[in-house]
Design a protein around this ligand. Structure first.
Ligand code: MG
Length: 428
Protein backbone atom coordinates (compact mmCIF):
# COMPACT_ATOMS: atom_id res chain seq x y z
CA UNK A 1 0.00 0.00 0.00
CA UNK A 2 1.33 3.39 -0.92
CA UNK A 3 0.41 5.86 1.80
CA UNK A 4 -0.75 9.32 0.86
CA UNK A 5 1.42 12.01 2.40
CA UNK A 6 0.07 15.47 2.80
CA UNK A 7 1.36 18.80 4.03
CA UNK A 8 -1.22 21.50 4.59
CA UNK A 9 -3.54 19.78 2.17
CA UNK A 10 -1.03 19.30 -0.65
CA UNK A 11 -0.42 15.92 -2.17
CA UNK A 12 3.29 15.45 -1.82
CA UNK A 13 3.99 13.24 -4.81
CA UNK A 14 1.72 15.07 -7.28
CA UNK A 15 3.09 18.46 -6.34
CA UNK A 16 6.71 17.48 -6.11
CA UNK A 17 7.70 18.16 -9.70
CA UNK A 18 5.90 21.50 -9.84
CA UNK A 19 7.41 22.42 -6.52
CA UNK A 20 10.92 21.62 -7.74
CA UNK A 21 10.37 23.73 -10.85
CA UNK A 22 9.12 26.57 -8.66
CA UNK A 23 12.14 26.33 -6.40
CA UNK A 24 14.51 26.29 -9.36
CA UNK A 25 12.84 29.42 -10.74
CA UNK A 26 12.97 31.01 -7.32
CA UNK A 27 16.65 30.19 -7.03
CA UNK A 28 17.38 31.75 -10.40
CA UNK A 29 15.33 34.85 -9.58
CA UNK A 30 17.15 35.50 -6.34
CA UNK A 31 20.52 34.32 -7.62
CA UNK A 32 21.21 32.37 -4.48
CA UNK A 33 20.82 28.82 -3.33
CA UNK A 34 18.06 27.73 -1.01
CA UNK A 35 20.39 26.28 1.59
CA UNK A 36 23.23 28.78 1.35
CA UNK A 37 23.09 29.51 5.07
CA UNK A 38 23.07 26.94 7.82
CA UNK A 39 20.03 27.03 10.05
CA UNK A 40 22.12 28.17 13.02
CA UNK A 41 23.72 30.95 10.95
CA UNK A 42 20.23 32.05 9.99
CA UNK A 43 18.53 31.93 13.41
CA UNK A 44 21.47 32.39 15.80
CA UNK A 45 21.12 31.98 19.54
CA UNK A 46 17.61 30.85 20.46
CA UNK A 47 15.75 33.21 22.77
CA UNK A 48 12.61 32.92 24.84
CA UNK A 49 10.40 35.90 24.04
CA UNK A 50 7.15 35.69 25.97
CA UNK A 51 5.46 32.44 25.02
CA UNK A 52 7.75 31.60 22.11
CA UNK A 53 11.24 30.30 21.51
CA UNK A 54 12.43 32.68 18.81
CA UNK A 55 15.46 33.33 16.67
CA UNK A 56 18.12 35.67 18.06
CA UNK A 57 16.45 38.60 16.28
CA UNK A 58 13.07 37.81 17.85
CA UNK A 59 11.58 36.18 14.75
CA UNK A 60 9.06 33.48 15.65
CA UNK A 61 10.24 30.14 14.33
CA UNK A 62 9.40 26.45 14.33
CA UNK A 63 12.36 24.08 14.10
CA UNK A 64 11.75 20.44 13.27
CA UNK A 65 13.92 17.37 13.42
CA UNK A 66 14.72 14.00 14.91
CA UNK A 67 15.56 12.56 18.29
CA UNK A 68 18.04 9.74 18.65
CA UNK A 69 17.11 6.73 20.83
CA UNK A 70 18.24 5.99 24.40
CA UNK A 71 22.05 6.19 24.24
CA UNK A 72 22.32 3.40 26.83
CA UNK A 73 20.16 0.95 24.90
CA UNK A 74 21.53 -2.03 23.04
CA UNK A 75 18.46 -2.52 20.87
CA UNK A 76 18.12 0.84 19.13
CA UNK A 77 21.06 0.52 16.75
CA UNK A 78 23.99 2.86 16.92
CA UNK A 79 23.14 6.17 15.33
CA UNK A 80 25.35 8.30 17.59
CA UNK A 81 27.72 9.35 14.83
CA UNK A 82 28.38 12.09 12.30
CA UNK A 83 26.98 10.03 9.39
CA UNK A 84 23.56 10.08 11.05
CA UNK A 85 23.68 13.79 11.80
CA UNK A 86 24.88 14.70 8.33
CA UNK A 87 22.25 12.55 6.63
CA UNK A 88 19.43 13.93 8.78
CA UNK A 89 20.56 17.48 8.03
CA UNK A 90 21.30 17.07 4.32
CA UNK A 91 18.68 14.59 3.20
CA UNK A 92 15.88 14.91 5.75
CA UNK A 93 16.34 18.70 6.13
CA UNK A 94 16.29 18.21 9.88
CA UNK A 95 17.16 21.54 11.51
CA UNK A 96 17.63 20.00 14.92
CA UNK A 97 18.78 16.69 16.37
CA UNK A 98 18.29 15.45 19.91
CA UNK A 99 20.63 13.33 22.01
CA UNK A 100 18.77 11.10 24.51
CA UNK A 101 21.55 10.55 27.03
CA UNK A 102 20.45 7.47 28.96
CA UNK A 103 21.19 8.11 32.63
CA UNK A 104 20.54 4.78 34.38
CA UNK A 105 17.97 2.09 33.77
CA UNK A 106 17.52 -1.40 35.22
CA UNK A 107 17.80 -2.81 31.71
CA UNK A 108 20.87 -0.94 30.50
CA UNK A 109 23.58 -3.36 31.68
CA UNK A 110 25.64 -0.54 33.16
CA UNK A 111 25.79 1.37 29.89
CA UNK A 112 24.06 4.48 31.26
CA UNK A 113 25.82 7.73 32.13
CA UNK A 114 25.88 7.05 35.89
CA UNK A 115 27.78 3.79 35.44
CA UNK A 116 29.74 4.61 32.28
CA UNK A 117 30.20 8.38 32.15
CA UNK A 118 33.28 8.48 29.93
CA UNK A 119 31.88 6.10 27.32
CA UNK A 120 28.61 8.01 27.21
CA UNK A 121 30.35 11.38 26.93
CA UNK A 122 32.48 10.12 24.07
CA UNK A 123 29.36 8.81 22.37
CA UNK A 124 27.33 12.02 22.61
CA UNK A 125 30.24 14.34 21.80
CA UNK A 126 30.42 12.73 18.36
CA UNK A 127 26.86 13.92 17.76
CA UNK A 128 27.29 17.37 19.32
CA UNK A 129 30.47 18.03 17.31
CA UNK A 130 28.80 16.82 14.10
CA UNK A 131 25.78 19.08 14.69
CA UNK A 132 28.04 22.08 15.27
CA UNK A 133 30.04 21.30 12.13
CA UNK A 134 26.80 20.92 10.15
CA UNK A 135 25.19 24.09 11.49
CA UNK A 136 22.09 22.49 13.02
CA UNK A 137 20.74 22.75 16.55
CA UNK A 138 21.41 19.94 19.03
CA UNK A 139 19.51 19.16 22.23
CA UNK A 140 21.48 17.49 25.02
CA UNK A 141 18.76 15.63 26.91
CA UNK A 142 19.17 14.02 30.35
CA UNK A 143 17.05 11.03 29.43
CA UNK A 144 15.49 9.61 32.58
CA UNK A 145 12.16 9.49 34.40
CA UNK A 146 13.85 10.10 37.76
CA UNK A 147 16.29 12.97 37.28
CA UNK A 148 15.83 14.13 40.89
CA UNK A 149 17.65 10.93 41.94
CA UNK A 150 20.75 12.12 40.03
CA UNK A 151 20.75 15.84 40.75
CA UNK A 152 24.43 16.06 41.71
CA UNK A 153 25.50 14.14 38.63
CA UNK A 154 23.21 16.22 36.40
CA UNK A 155 24.59 19.50 37.72
CA UNK A 156 28.17 18.32 37.16
CA UNK A 157 27.38 16.97 33.70
CA UNK A 158 25.54 20.02 32.45
CA UNK A 159 28.18 22.33 33.95
CA UNK A 160 30.80 20.43 31.96
CA UNK A 161 28.73 20.61 28.76
CA UNK A 162 28.13 24.34 29.31
CA UNK A 163 31.85 24.95 29.71
CA UNK A 164 32.63 22.95 26.58
CA UNK A 165 29.80 24.15 24.35
CA UNK A 166 28.23 27.23 25.95
CA UNK A 167 29.66 29.54 23.30
CA UNK A 168 28.00 27.56 20.50
CA UNK A 169 24.56 28.77 19.46
CA UNK A 170 23.76 25.21 18.34
CA UNK A 171 23.47 23.78 21.83
CA UNK A 172 20.27 23.44 23.88
CA UNK A 173 20.18 21.87 27.35
CA UNK A 174 17.20 19.65 28.21
CA UNK A 175 17.71 18.88 31.87
CA UNK A 176 14.88 16.42 32.61
CA UNK A 177 13.38 14.22 29.94
CA UNK A 178 10.07 13.08 31.41
CA UNK A 179 8.99 13.35 35.05
CA UNK A 180 6.40 10.68 35.93
CA UNK A 181 2.74 11.31 36.73
CA UNK A 182 3.61 10.72 40.37
CA UNK A 183 6.36 13.37 40.41
CA UNK A 184 5.09 16.73 41.73
CA UNK A 185 6.02 19.85 39.77
CA UNK A 186 7.75 21.21 42.88
CA UNK A 187 10.11 18.23 42.84
CA UNK A 188 11.03 19.10 39.25
CA UNK A 189 11.56 22.76 40.21
CA UNK A 190 13.75 21.83 43.17
CA UNK A 191 15.87 19.62 40.92
CA UNK A 192 16.04 22.20 38.15
CA UNK A 193 17.30 25.07 40.28
CA UNK A 194 20.85 23.81 41.01
CA UNK A 195 21.19 22.30 37.54
CA UNK A 196 20.29 25.61 35.91
CA UNK A 197 22.75 27.36 38.25
CA UNK A 198 25.51 24.96 37.19
CA UNK A 199 24.82 25.72 33.53
CA UNK A 200 24.60 29.47 34.04
CA UNK A 201 27.93 29.51 35.89
CA UNK A 202 29.54 28.56 32.58
CA UNK A 203 27.03 29.65 29.95
CA UNK A 204 24.87 32.69 30.65
CA UNK A 205 22.53 32.46 27.73
CA UNK A 206 21.86 29.25 25.76
CA UNK A 207 18.31 27.86 25.88
CA UNK A 208 17.42 25.50 28.74
CA UNK A 209 14.34 23.26 28.54
CA UNK A 210 12.68 21.81 31.65
CA UNK A 211 10.44 18.72 31.64
CA UNK A 212 6.92 18.76 33.06
CA UNK A 213 5.06 16.05 35.03
CA UNK A 214 3.11 13.14 33.52
CA UNK A 215 5.67 12.45 30.79
CA UNK A 216 5.63 16.16 29.82
CA UNK A 217 1.91 16.58 29.37
CA UNK A 218 1.30 18.74 32.46
CA UNK A 219 2.51 22.00 30.98
CA UNK A 220 -0.37 23.65 32.88
CA UNK A 221 1.46 22.93 36.17
CA UNK A 222 4.59 24.71 34.92
CA UNK A 223 2.46 27.56 33.58
CA UNK A 224 0.76 28.02 36.96
CA UNK A 225 4.06 28.14 38.85
CA UNK A 226 6.96 28.77 36.47
CA UNK A 227 10.64 28.85 37.39
CA UNK A 228 11.65 32.45 37.90
CA UNK A 229 14.91 34.32 37.54
CA UNK A 230 16.16 33.01 34.21
CA UNK A 231 15.06 34.67 30.98
CA UNK A 232 15.90 31.77 28.68
CA UNK A 233 13.83 28.84 29.91
CA UNK A 234 11.24 26.85 27.99
CA UNK A 235 9.12 23.91 29.12
CA UNK A 236 8.68 20.51 27.55
CA UNK A 237 5.52 19.26 25.88
CA UNK A 238 5.51 15.63 24.70
CA UNK A 239 2.72 13.89 22.82
CA UNK A 240 2.05 10.67 20.97
CA UNK A 241 -0.44 11.35 18.21
CA UNK A 242 -2.65 8.31 18.72
CA UNK A 243 -2.96 8.88 22.48
CA UNK A 244 -2.87 12.64 23.04
CA UNK A 245 -5.12 14.79 20.90
CA UNK A 246 -7.21 17.95 21.13
CA UNK A 247 -7.16 18.11 24.94
CA UNK A 248 -3.40 18.42 24.93
CA UNK A 249 -3.35 21.04 22.16
CA UNK A 250 -5.88 23.05 24.22
CA UNK A 251 -3.68 22.70 27.28
CA UNK A 252 -0.63 23.84 25.31
CA UNK A 253 -2.43 26.93 24.03
CA UNK A 254 -3.62 27.78 27.56
CA UNK A 255 -0.07 27.43 28.89
CA UNK A 256 1.31 29.67 26.14
CA UNK A 257 -1.44 32.22 26.77
CA UNK A 258 -0.36 32.36 30.40
CA UNK A 259 3.14 33.27 29.25
CA UNK A 260 5.42 30.23 29.14
CA UNK A 261 7.25 29.00 26.03
CA UNK A 262 6.93 25.36 24.98
CA UNK A 263 9.28 23.03 23.13
CA UNK A 264 8.21 19.60 21.84
CA UNK A 265 11.46 17.72 22.36
CA UNK A 266 9.76 14.40 21.70
CA UNK A 267 6.65 13.30 19.85
CA UNK A 268 5.56 10.15 18.08
CA UNK A 269 3.21 9.20 15.28
CA UNK A 270 1.91 6.28 17.37
CA UNK A 271 0.41 5.18 20.68
CA UNK A 272 2.35 6.56 23.68
CA UNK A 273 4.12 3.24 24.15
CA UNK A 274 5.89 3.90 20.87
CA UNK A 275 4.38 0.77 19.42
CA UNK A 276 1.07 0.37 17.59
CA UNK A 277 -1.48 2.99 16.65
CA UNK A 278 0.42 4.67 13.80
CA UNK A 279 -1.79 7.69 13.15
CA UNK A 280 -0.73 9.92 10.24
CA UNK A 281 -3.94 11.98 10.30
CA UNK A 282 -3.58 13.06 13.92
CA UNK A 283 0.18 13.51 13.38
CA UNK A 284 -0.58 15.91 10.54
CA UNK A 285 -3.04 17.83 12.73
CA UNK A 286 -0.31 18.18 15.35
CA UNK A 287 2.33 19.29 12.83
CA UNK A 288 0.01 21.92 11.38
CA UNK A 289 -0.69 23.06 14.95
CA UNK A 290 3.01 23.38 15.77
CA UNK A 291 3.87 25.22 12.56
CA UNK A 292 0.94 27.60 13.02
CA UNK A 293 1.84 28.30 16.65
CA UNK A 294 5.60 28.50 16.07
CA UNK A 295 6.47 25.57 18.30
CA UNK A 296 9.57 23.49 17.54
CA UNK A 297 9.17 19.72 17.41
CA UNK A 298 11.46 16.71 17.45
CA UNK A 299 10.28 13.26 16.42
CA UNK A 300 10.92 10.06 18.38
CA UNK A 301 13.00 8.26 17.07
CA UNK A 302 16.04 7.37 14.96
CA UNK A 303 16.39 3.71 15.86
CA UNK A 304 15.94 0.28 14.34
CA UNK A 305 14.09 -1.38 17.20
CA UNK A 306 10.96 -3.25 16.14
CA UNK A 307 8.61 -0.46 17.27
CA UNK A 308 6.33 1.61 15.06
CA UNK A 309 7.74 4.95 16.23
CA UNK A 310 11.25 4.01 15.05
CA UNK A 311 12.10 5.44 11.64
CA UNK A 312 14.67 2.90 10.46
CA UNK A 313 13.64 -0.60 9.40
CA UNK A 314 14.23 -3.24 12.09
CA UNK A 315 17.85 -4.35 12.32
CA UNK A 316 19.20 -1.69 9.96
CA UNK A 317 21.97 0.60 11.22
CA UNK A 318 23.18 3.91 9.83
CA UNK A 319 23.60 2.49 6.33
CA UNK A 320 19.92 1.54 6.44
CA UNK A 321 19.06 5.13 7.28
CA UNK A 322 21.28 6.48 4.52
CA UNK A 323 19.94 3.97 1.97
CA UNK A 324 16.34 4.82 2.83
CA UNK A 325 15.37 1.56 4.51
CA UNK A 326 12.68 3.29 6.52
CA UNK A 327 9.53 2.30 8.37
CA UNK A 328 6.11 3.68 7.42
CA UNK A 329 6.52 6.31 10.12
CA UNK A 330 10.03 7.08 8.89
CA UNK A 331 8.84 7.69 5.33
CA UNK A 332 6.05 9.93 6.62
CA UNK A 333 8.35 12.03 8.81
CA UNK A 334 11.09 12.34 6.20
CA UNK A 335 8.60 13.55 3.59
CA UNK A 336 7.15 16.04 6.03
CA UNK A 337 10.54 17.48 6.99
CA UNK A 338 11.64 17.86 3.37
CA UNK A 339 8.37 19.40 2.25
CA UNK A 340 8.27 21.84 5.16
CA UNK A 341 11.90 22.87 4.61
CA UNK A 342 11.07 23.73 1.01
CA UNK A 343 8.02 25.78 1.84
CA UNK A 344 8.94 27.40 5.15
CA UNK A 345 12.57 28.27 4.57
CA UNK A 346 13.06 31.99 4.26
CA UNK A 347 16.17 33.15 2.49
CA UNK A 348 17.77 36.55 2.54
CA UNK A 349 14.88 38.82 1.71
CA UNK A 350 16.54 42.14 1.10
CA UNK A 351 16.40 45.20 -1.14
CA UNK A 352 19.63 47.18 -1.44
CA UNK A 353 20.83 45.48 1.74
CA UNK A 354 17.69 46.46 3.68
CA UNK A 355 16.39 43.31 5.32
CA UNK A 356 12.69 42.54 5.00
CA UNK A 357 10.76 39.81 6.78
CA UNK A 358 7.30 38.32 6.95
CA UNK A 359 5.54 39.01 10.20
CA UNK A 360 4.06 35.52 10.05
CA UNK A 361 4.62 32.44 7.92
CA UNK A 362 2.34 30.52 7.39
CA UNK A 363 -0.16 33.27 6.63
CA UNK A 364 -3.84 32.95 7.48
CA UNK A 365 -5.42 36.06 5.89
CA UNK A 366 -3.19 39.08 6.42
CA UNK A 367 0.17 39.04 4.69
CA UNK A 368 2.32 41.46 6.66
CA UNK A 369 5.81 42.55 5.58
CA UNK A 370 8.21 44.16 8.04
CA UNK A 371 10.12 46.80 6.09
CA UNK A 372 11.85 49.98 7.08
CA UNK A 373 11.67 51.25 3.50
CA UNK A 374 8.69 52.21 1.34
CA UNK A 375 7.35 49.28 -0.67
CA UNK A 376 5.96 50.37 -4.05
CA UNK A 377 4.01 47.25 -4.89
CA UNK A 378 3.49 43.66 -3.88
CA UNK A 379 2.77 40.65 -6.11
CA UNK A 380 1.97 37.05 -5.17
CA UNK A 381 2.77 34.22 -7.60
CA UNK A 382 1.64 30.63 -7.33
CA UNK A 383 4.23 27.89 -7.74
CA UNK A 384 3.51 27.78 -11.48
CA UNK A 385 4.64 31.39 -11.75
CA UNK A 386 1.14 32.83 -12.31
CA UNK A 387 0.41 36.19 -10.71
CA UNK A 388 -2.55 35.66 -8.38
CA UNK A 389 -2.50 38.90 -6.38
CA UNK A 390 -1.21 42.44 -6.94
CA UNK A 391 -1.49 45.63 -4.94
CA UNK A 392 -0.02 49.10 -5.31
CA UNK A 393 1.23 49.94 -1.81
CA UNK A 394 3.56 52.98 -1.53
CA UNK A 395 4.17 52.65 2.18
CA UNK A 396 6.42 50.87 4.63
CA UNK A 397 5.32 47.81 6.63
CA UNK A 398 2.58 46.86 4.15
CA UNK A 399 -0.28 44.59 5.11
CA UNK A 400 -2.60 43.06 2.53
CA UNK A 401 -5.51 40.68 2.80
CA UNK A 402 -4.95 37.49 0.81
CA UNK A 403 -7.79 35.58 2.45
CA UNK A 404 -9.27 34.76 -0.96
CA UNK A 405 -6.26 32.72 -2.07
CA UNK A 406 -6.42 28.94 -1.83
CA UNK A 407 -4.25 27.18 0.72
CA UNK A 408 -0.83 26.35 -0.64
CA UNK A 409 2.68 27.54 -1.33
CA UNK A 410 3.35 30.93 -2.92
CA UNK A 411 6.12 33.32 -3.85
CA UNK A 412 5.87 36.93 -2.76
CA UNK A 413 7.59 39.65 -4.77
CA UNK A 414 7.99 43.15 -3.37
CA UNK A 415 9.46 46.16 -5.16
CA UNK A 416 11.00 49.38 -3.97
CA UNK A 417 12.56 52.02 -6.23
CA UNK A 418 12.55 49.57 -9.16
CA UNK A 419 14.39 46.88 -7.22
CA UNK A 420 12.57 43.65 -6.43
CA UNK A 421 13.06 40.73 -4.10
CA UNK A 422 11.17 37.53 -3.44
CA UNK A 423 10.45 35.09 -0.68
CA UNK A 424 8.30 32.03 -0.21
CA UNK A 425 5.37 31.61 2.14
CA UNK A 426 2.60 29.19 2.98
CA UNK A 427 -1.05 30.27 2.89
CA UNK A 428 -3.20 28.29 5.33
MG1 MG B 1 26.07 30.69 25.44
Amino acid sequence: MKPKFTLLGKNFFEKQNLKLIGILLFTLVTNQTIYSQTVVERYGKLQVNGSHVTAENGEKISLAGMSLFWSNAGDGGDFYNSQTVNHLADDWKSSIVRIALGVKETWDGGNGYIDSPQAQKTKIKAVIDAAIAKGVYVIIDWHTHAAESYETEAAAFFGEMAELYGDKDNVIYEIYNEPLDTTPWNTVKNYATPVIQAIRAKDPDNLIIVGTPTWCQDVDKAAANPITGDPNLAYTLHFYADSHKEFLRDRAIAAMNSGIALFVTEWGTTHFSGNGGYNPQESQTWMDFMITNNISYVNWTVAHKNEDSCVVSPGMDVQGLINGNLTTSGIFIRNHLISRAETLSVDNFTINNVKLSLDQNPVKDILSVNSSIVIDDLTVFDMNGRSVFYEDINQDNPQVNIGNLQSGNYILKVSSNNVSTTTKFVKL
